[in-house]
Design a protein. Structure first.
Length: 296
């Protein structure tokens, strides 16, 4: 009996030690994963905005994050935006009804270093708006300013591809024309749909104005040679830009053997841009009407 108790005790201690080691390993690897994901996203953001070692980020540039939520109270839903407050700092949670009308504004106590941690962010908002309301995080937008004036928006998007979902980051200028896009995740077929990663495909969206994006289509034609050279960056930058501008009102040329993947990305970009422009106009109107100060 004594031997049995000893064995049980040793097994219990071993399990506790193993569990502790596994838990610590998960915490450490999870933190490292988050750090790597943030570093990759930051690199993509600066690349889409055209910054590099040769073209460093100006001190006048500001990065402002806006987080969108769905709020439910007594079966009534509204949209909530966590926005940075004006010159006094801090954050405000602005609620807007589904018809675009202002509902209320609540100050949220949240430190700058906790803003990207969803658990901390959600808890702070919940405390501010009260337990009677439930909230669900939807998405995040980055608003970029230069000398206090908006210069770009950066959006995360995910939509169905040919096989599974395709995740992208899209950069728009203040008029909602496309600055550029980056494919963050996909599982399209190598040599076919996976070509959505290539510059000759992604760069077709560059400089396309909002009016064109709203009605963008896919054409099954070979890429013109001069256009391909410009898209791949094989020619002088100024000459490439001139060619890209000549094609800015043209549709997207389909990837060879991967028309479906081409159409999925094109429709995804179209949907993201149209919906974001609509939501941003509503938020801007509410901020202006209610005199809610924001740094963007």
């Amino acid at each position: 009996m004594k031997m049995m108790l000893t064995i049980i005790f040793r097994l219990t201690v071993s399990c506790l030690i193993a569990g502790t080691i596994m838990g610590m390993t998960f915490i450490l690897t999870n933190e490292a994963k988050k750090a790597n994901e943030f570093a990759r996203e930051e690199k993509v953001v600066y690349s889409l905005l055209g910054f590099s070692k040769e073209n460093p980020i100006p001190e006048s540039m500001g990065i402002h994050e806006v987080f969108r939520y769905v709020i439910t109270e007594d079966e009534t839903q509204s949209i909530g935006y966590l926005v940075p407050a004006g010159s006094h700092g801090g954050f405000s949670f602005v609620r807007i009804s589904l018809d675009g009308s202002f509902v209320d504004q609540t100050a949220v106590e949240l430190s700058e270093d906790k803003i990207r941690e969803q658990g901390d962010r959600d808890a702070s908002i919940q405390t501010a708006i009260g337990a009677a309301k439930s909230l669900r995080f939807i998405d995040q937008t980055i608003v970029v300013t230069d000398h206090g004036q908006r210069s770009a928006y950066l959006l995360h998007g995910k939509f169905p591809g040919f096989k599974t979902n395709i995740a992208i980051m899209l950069a728009l200028d203040p008029s909602f024309s496309v600055i550029g896009l980056e494919v963050m995740e996909h599982e399209e077929d190598p040599g076919l749909g996976a070509e959505i990663e290539q510059d000759y495909f992604k760069n077709q969206f560059k400089h396309k104005p909002f009016d064109k994006i709203k009605q963008i289509e896919v054409v099954k034609k070979p890429l013109p040679d001069e256009y391909l050279e410009a898209l791949e960056g094989r020619i002088d930058e100024a000459a490439a830009l001139d060619i890209l501008m000549q094609y800015k009102d043209q549709d997207i040329y389909a990837l060879t053997g991967a028309t479906v993947s081409t159409e999925k990305v094109s429709s995804g970009v179209k949907g993201m841009t149209k919906k974001f422009a609509y939501r941003m106009d509503i938020l801007d109107n509410v901020l202006a009407e209610q005199h809610i100060g924001v740094p963007f």
